[in-house]
Design a protein around this ligand. Structure first.
Ligand SMILES: C[S@@+](CC[C@H](N)C(=O)[O-])C[C@H]1O[C@@H](n2cnc3c(N)ncnc32)[C@H](O)[C@@H]1O
Length: 425
C-alpha cells in the first residue's frame, strides 16, 4: 500500500499541474510494468477518490496544519492518507503507519514523520469537528471549484446541489446489448447465470449492480455487448437512422455512439475524428462487434473542404468536444483541470463545427447536437445562437419526454448529456 500511496500522491500532483488523470495513470503503468492488477487498482482508487473529494480533503488539511506545506509531494501524500481514513475500509492505524513510512521515500520527507503522524492522528481524534468546519465553505462542502458551483447555482437554482452531489458518486457500469446478436432479455439471463445482477431501464440499458472487468462479461470479445453509459445510449435512437441512409459521425472516437448507430440500421457510415490515435480505438471497437463503416477519416469537423467527398448526409451526429462537466463522476480530474475561460473556447469550436456540418447535411436531413456538459453556454445557448443565424434550421422534439430542453442532468444512474435534434428545411 505504501507504493500505492506514493504513486497516487504523485499522480494527483501531476493532475493539479494540468495533466489528465487517464494519461498520467497510463504513464505510471508504462513506467512500472511489474505492477500487479491489485496495485494498479489501489493506485487508481486512491487517485480518483482524492480528486473526487479534493476540495473537502484540502480544507481539512488546511485546518490541521499551522501553515501551508512548501513540499507539495508531502501535501499530496497527506491528502491520500486523509482520503483513506475518511473513505476507505483500511484500518486507521495501518494507514497512519504506512503514510509515515511512505514520507521517508519523499525527496524532502526526511524529518517529517512526526508531522505526518501528528496530522493524521489529529484527524482521527477530531474528525467530526474538522468535517463540520471544512463544510463551512462551499468548495469544502461540495468539492468543486467555486466558479463551477456559482455557475450551476445561477443556471439551476433548484437543482445545483443535486447535480454537484451526483458528480461525486462512483459511476455505475452500464451495458448496451448488441441486439443484432442477442436480445436484451436473453443477455440478461446470461448475466444472471453468472450471478451478475442488473437493473434494466430505457432503451435496453442494463446497469450492473457490481462493476466487473470486461473479460468477465459473457460474450464480450464476441461482440454481444458494449460498456456504455445509459445517458450516452440515447444518442443513436434520437438520431432516427434507417436502412440505406448516409450518416456522418463527426466526432466519433472511441466509437461508442458510431457502433450503436450500426447496431440500429444498415447505413453507410462515415466516421470522422481529428485524432488519429483515437481512431484506432474506433477500429478496435468495430472489429470486436464485427461491423464495418463505409469510411474512416482523420479530419477536422469544422473544415469539411479538407475531407468531404461532396455527397450530402441524411443524418449527422455532432458529439462535439466540450467541458465534459456532465461526466465528472467518471473523470473527477476535470473539476480541477477546467477553467471558466475554457467554456468560451469550447463554445467557439462547437459553433464552428455546427456551422460547417450544416452545409453538408441534405435538405430534410437531421443533425443531432450532443455534449456531455451541463453548462448552458455549451448547450441551450449554442443552439439558440445557431437557430438565430440559420433560418433553414428547426428544432425537433426528442422522444424522451423528461428532456424538454434536451438537458439530461447527471444522477446516480447516468451521466449528464445535452441533446438537440435539428432539421434542415
Ligand atoms: C465527446 S468525444 C466523442 C465520443 C464519441 N462520440 C463516442 O460516443 O464514443 C469528442 C471527440 O471529438 C474529437 N474532436 C475534437 N475536436 C474535433 C474536431 N475539430 N473535428 C473532429 N473531431 C474532433 C475528439 O478527438 C474526441 O474523440
Amino acid at each position: 500500500m505504501i507504493k500505492a500511496q506514493l504513486a497516487a500522491a504523485s499522480a494527483i500532483g501531476k493532475v493539479l499541474t494540468g495533466s489528465s488523470l487517464t494519461g498520467v495513470l497510463q504513464d505510471v503503468w508504462r513506467a512500472d510494468p511489474m505492477l500487479s492488477k491489485q496495485q494498479k487498482g489501489a493506485i487508481q482508487d486512491l487517485s480518483y477518490g482524492v480528486l473526487r473529494f479534493y476540495g473537502q480533503l484540502q480544507a481539512i488539511l488546511a485546518l490541521l496544519l499551522k501553515k501551508p506545506l512548501r513540499d507539495k509531494s508531502l501535501q499530496q501524500l497527506l491528502l491520500v492518507s486523509l482520503y483513506q481514513l475518511q473513505y476507505s475500509k483500511a484500518s486507521p492505524h495501518t494507514v497512519v503507519d504506512q503514510a509515515v513510512s511512505a514520507s521517508r521515500a519523499l525527496a524532502h520527507g526526511q524529518g517529517m514523520q512526526g508531522l505526518v503522524n501528528a496530522v493524521l492522528r489529529n484527524f482521527i481524534r477530531q474528525r467530526e469537528r474538522l468535517l463540520q468546519q471544512a463544510a463551512a465553505h462551499e468548495d469544502g462542502l461540495y468539492s468543486y471549484p467555486q466558479w463551477w458551483i456559482d455557475k450551476l447555482r445561477q443556471q439551476y437554482p433548484e437543482k445545483f446541489h443535486t447535480i454537484l452531489q451526483a458528480g461525486n458518486k462512483r459511476p455505475p457500469m452500464t451495458l448496451r446489448v448488441n441486439q443484432r446478436k442477442i436480445s436484451v432479455a436473453a443477455y440478461r439471463d446470461l448475466l444472471t447465470e453468472k450471478a451478475m445482477q442488473t437493473e434494466l431501464f430505457w432503451s435496453g440499458a442494463l446497469q450492473l449492480n457490481q462493476p466487473v472487468a470486461v473479460e468477465h462479461l459473457p460474450g464480450f470479445s464476441a461482440g454481444l455487448v458494449t460498456v456504455q453509459d445509459a445517458g450516452a445510449q440515447l444518442a443513436a435512437p434520437f438520431l432516427d437512422v434507417h436502412d440505406g441512409m448516409r450518416v456522418l459521425d463527426a466526432c466519433a472516437a472511441p466509437g461508442g455512439k458510431s457502433t450503436h448507430v450500426l447496431e440500429l440500421a444498415d447505413v453507410a457510415l462515415t466516421i470522422l475524428d481529428n485524432e488519429a490515435a483515437r481512431l484506432t480505438q474506433v477500429q478496435q471497437n468495430l472489429q470486436r462487434l464485427h461491423m464495418t463503416a463505409e469510411k474512416m477519416v482523420c479530419g477536422d469537423a469544422s473544415d469539411p473542404d479538407a475531407w468531404w467527398d461532396g455527397r450530402f448526409y441524411d443524418r449527422i451526429l455532432a458529439d462535439v468536444p466540450c467541458s465534459a462537466s456532465g461526466v465528472v463522476c467518471r473523470h473527477p480530474d476535470i473539476k480541477w483541470l477546467r477553467r471558466e475561460s475554457d467554456l468560451v473556447k469550447f463554445a467557439e469550436i462547437q459553433q464552428a463545427i455546427l456551422h460547417a456540418l450544416w452545409k453538408i447535411l441534405s435538405k430534410g436531413g437531421k443533425l443531432l447536437y450532443v455534449t456531455c456538459s451541463v453548462f448552458a453556454e455549451e448547450n441551450t445557448m449554442q443552439i439558440a445562437k445557431f437557430l438565430n443565424h440559420h433560418p433553414d434550421a428547426s428544432l425537433l422534439p426528442l422522444s424522451a419526454a423528461a428532456m424538454a430542453d434536451g438537458q439530461l442532468l447527471p444522477d446516480i444512474r447516468h451521466d449528464g448529456f445535452f441533446y438537440n435534434l435539428l432539421q434542415k428545411a
